[in-house]
Write a protein that binds this ligand. Structure first.
Ligand SMILES: Cc1cc2nc3c(=O)[nH]c(=O)nc-3n(C[C@H](O)[C@H](O)[C@H](O)COP(=O)(O)OP(=O)(O)OC[C@H]3O[C@@H](n4cnc5c(N)ncnc54)[C@H](O)[C@@H]3O)c2cc1C
Length: 471
């Protein structure tokens, strides 16, 4: 045994199962203390005191705390700047080492470096581990030794390189957790109120148990994924696990094991999506300039002519394009959006309203419950055609055609926009085309009960292509 006592600092890995840092801390230490810090440098920036993510984290920690109590220990929850709190706690409890799982966001890397330096100056070791991805950083490289910029060859290499060690289940020995009686000084009030927040309503159950229930429900549908994944009206067409993956209430390895153990193209297609997740984490890690600009820097020069008025209408779901408005209003209510809809609304904002992808990226970052810098930035740059391996700029989604294809019965639109529910299927995607009589029959007058379209798609499409051509 290397250490008498260690700290395991959890961040976006709020679980006890299959946890690399915790498993290593328990393997190498006699006594382990699990700690989470509500980071004031991040929380103080949140304007909405009913932030759904804070509620999700809080509920997940409550569950974790209960589980840890059952093992005779206690979860330590602190509120402050982790750069100060972690070294201070380590010194106070006489921990000889800090164990944690790596985070690839530039700001998180800086934070961890600072914690490591301060710990080091007090003789406290700092160990970090790969946990939230299967392959990180430079583990997969092209034949010329550079990071991949194109997904398909990356995926091929990913699949070839995958071996049992990458899928290993890192099960921590929880009998190493330090007895609660030594942690009495740390049993503080960490209610949401104390943290300055209020509870938000969530559409899903938080915590490891929430992830397990969701996965159990989705599993029988996995073999159909390839056929169902593009239809937002289908409740289990996709897994709905992104929030759990974001906060680590489920491990990526457990999902890869599942995808590989289930035969068929449904599971293979789903595995590809998990690989996209690794891909974007790698892009953020290797090309951190994406945090402040386009992956392809030449597109930073584009002057997006779209207006703030149009941006606000997009945010509010008042564009006059039914599927866009349905997606954005559902987003407002839940903080979640189906992947097909994320693609359509992002394309619409950039290529129809000609508003910079940075504004959309920010709006999503502020409101997505599953907000993940790497996936969000990658997704926006893909849709805006400024990213690596992105949608070519001349291929512009037609929002009405997309609506007819992926919500053919208008079910999703009807659920989100009750004012349009009276229109028959042939009109629901584009009610502006309905005659006055049809509008009266449907109980919805366009321009009065539902907005007229903000723009003419065919014209905007040409303008969008021109913006790129000029670069
Ligand atoms: C503009 C835009 C913004 C996005 N922002 C985010 C974000 O902030 N956080 C986030 O987790 N995903 C983001 N995505 C990717 C994707 O939309 C979501 O991961 C997906 O909708 C989550 O639903 P699900 O869990 O049912 O996915 P499933 O279809 O069940 O896929 C399983 C998992 O694979 C991963 N995944 C799936 N698609 C992608 C993808 N294109 N890129 C990276 N990972 C993927 C997710 O972790 C997901 O939970 C974004 C996509 C776009 C186009």
């Amino acid at each position: 045994m290397k250490y008498q006592r260690s700290l395991c600092w959890i961040r976006r890995d709020l679980r006890l199962k299959d946890h690399v840092a915790l498993s290593e801390a328990c393997r190498l230490s006699h006594e382990v203390v699990v700690v989470f810090v509500f980071d004031t440098t991040l929380l103080d920036k949140l304007k909405d005191k009913k932030d759904r993510r804070v509620t999700f984290i809080h509920q997940s920690l409550r569950e974790l705390d209960e589980k840890i109590h059952k093992k005779g220990s206690a979860l330590v929850v602190l509120h402050g700047d982790p750069k100060k709190e972690i070294p201070r706690l380590a010194r106070e409890i006489k921990a000889e080492a800090v164990f944690t799982n790596r985070d690839y966001e530039p700001a998180a890397k800086q934070r961890d470096q600072a914690v490591q330096t301060v710990c080091g100056s007090s003789g406290i070791a700092f160990h970090d581990f790969k946990d939230q991805v299967i392959f990180e950083g430079d583990e997969l490289l092209t034949k010329s030794g550079t990071p991949f910029k194109v997904f398909t060859p990356y995926k091929k290499t990913w699949l070839t390189a995958l071996n049992p060690a990458h899928r290993h289940n890192h099960s921590p020995k929880l009998n190493r957790l330090l007895s609660a009686k030594h942690l009495k000084d740390y049993s503080r009030d960490w209610s949401l109120k104390k943290l300055g927040f209020e509870s938000a309503k969530l559409w899903l159950t938080a915590g490891e148990s929430g992830a397990a229930t969701r996965l159990k429900k989705f599993k029988p549908h996995l073999n159909q994924y390839e056929k169902t994944r593009d239809f937002p009206a289908l409740p289990l067409g996709t897994s709905g696990l992104s929030v759990h993956l974001r906060f680590g209430t489920v491990s990526i390895r457990s999902l890869v094991r599942l995808a590989q153990d289930i035969p068929g193209t449904g599971a293979q297609t789903w595995l590809s999506e998990l690989i996209w997740r690794d891909f974007y984490q790698m892009i953020l890690d290797r090309f951190p300039h994406v945090t402040t600009g386009c992956f392809k820097p030449e597109y930073d020069a584009i002057q997006w002519p779209g207006s703030n008025k149009h941006f606000k209408a997009w945010c509010a779901g008042l564009t006059g394009f039914p599927l866009i408005d349905a997606a954005m209003r559902h987003f407002q209510q839940t903080g979640w959006m189906h992947n097909r809809l994320r693609m359509i609304v992002a394309s619409f904002l950039t290529k129809d309203l000609l508003v910079s992808w940075r504004k959309g990226e920010r709006w999503f970052a502020d409101h997505l419950l599953d907000f993940d810098f790497a996936a969000n930035n990658g997704g926006w740059q893909w849709c805006a055609s400024t990213g690596c391996d992105a949608q070519p700029y001349f291929r512009v989604f037609n929002p009405v055609t997309q609506s007819k294809k992926f919500d053919p019965e208008g079910q999703f639109i009807r659920e989100q926009l009750p004012e349009l529910a009276g229109f028959p299927n042939k009109r629901i995607h584009w009610p502006q085309e309905a005659t006055e009589e049809e509008q009266e029959q449907a109980g919805c007058i366009v321009g009065k009960d539902y907005p007229k379209p903000l723009v003419v798609h065919s014209r905007q499409r040409i303008q969008a292509i021109e913006l790129f051509k000029q670069k």
